[in-house]
Design a protein around this ligand. Structure first.
Ligand SMILES: [Fe+2]
Length: 275
């Protein structure tokens, strides 16, 4: 990796950071919840130039986070001057047609690439999303599981930096480490996994007093075109700075995984069993 890592030793984080320079089976590091960075790896058939050079980045007020643009919005919502493709990216109807074509082509490229990295996984809800506004410092957080994720599937998320500048992320401690810092553990004993992650986040990293500057974090930079994969429910994280990126997500059926011992439901159950 061209860029440097200001890193805590892995024992203080609770997971590994691994860098790969070629396409290979990533099942093992992924199922261990490692932070995986693919650098110098090209996705076959991926229209890099279109996303990197034709599509602009844009800014939101106070650099506020915006919901990503998902396939439904890109493909199904009729073009108008209120459509985000026009409002944010300045695409007229004709250029919107090109964007839609590129979306479909890119979806296929991600799908084949995912099969190369994770040949045994089967699942559903494969989705490509676009995030093209410049982000400046969103707070350290754990992503919360939505209602669709109750443990019958395991989420795979891959992101790619489509800017010509590196993206910087801070990654904090594994939830097992975070839970060590909880004072009153008993109240967590019978919580469902959603409440568990929500309460843990609020208590240890998101309470209005703590900030990433006061938490043990590792700074990771992702060069242009690099891809990173991590479990955002397990390791807390924050974007320090970044321009355009795409995300590819999929829900993996647990029965197609080699090991489920590091999925969120299993991790939470183990922490609760030890209270
Ligand atoms: Fe997040």
């Amino acid at each position: 990796m061209k860029n440097t890592l200001l890193a805590l030793a892995p024992e203080y984080r609770g997971y590994n950071i691994v860098v790969k320079n070629k396409i290979e089976d990533l099942t093992e590091p992924f199922e261990r919840n490692d932070l995986i960075v693919l650098d110098g790896v090209t996705i076959p058939g991926f229209p890099y130039e279109y996303w990197m050079d034709t599509i602009p980045t844009y800014f939101t007020k106070n650099n506020r986070w915006e919901p990503p643009m998902f396939a439904h919005e890109v493909l199904k919502e009729e073009w108008s001057e209120r459509h985000r493709l026009f409002r944010d990216l300045d695409l007229d109807e004709e250029h919107t047609t090109t964007f839609r074509k590129m979306h479909r082509r890119t979806h296929q490229a991600w799908l084949s690439f995912q099969k190369q990295l994770f040949p045994n996984y089967e699942g559903n809800n494969e989705v490509l999303s676009h995030r093209y506004n410049t982000l400046v410092y969103n707070r350290q957080h754990l992503d919360l599981l939505d209602g669709d994720h109750t443990g019958t599937e395991h989420q795979l998320r891959m992101s790619m930096n489509l800017s010509h500048k590196p993206r910087t992320l801070t990654v904090g401690e594994h939830i097992n480490h975070l839970f060590n810092r909880v004072e009153d553990k008993v109240r967590y004993k019978d919580m469902n996994i959603h409440d568990f992650i929500f309460e843990l986040r609020n208590e240890v990293i998101w309470n209005g007093e703590n900030d990433y500057a006061g938490l043990p974090v590792t700074f990771a930079t992702f060069p242009p075109k690099s891809i990173w994969i991590f479990n955002s429910n397990v390791m807390n994280h924050s974007v320090v700075w970044g321009e355009k990126c795409q995300m590819w997500e999929m829900d993996i059926y647990l029965k197609t995984m080699t090991s489920t011992s590091n999925t969120i439901p299993t991790l939470v159950r183990e922490l609760q069993a030890n209270i």
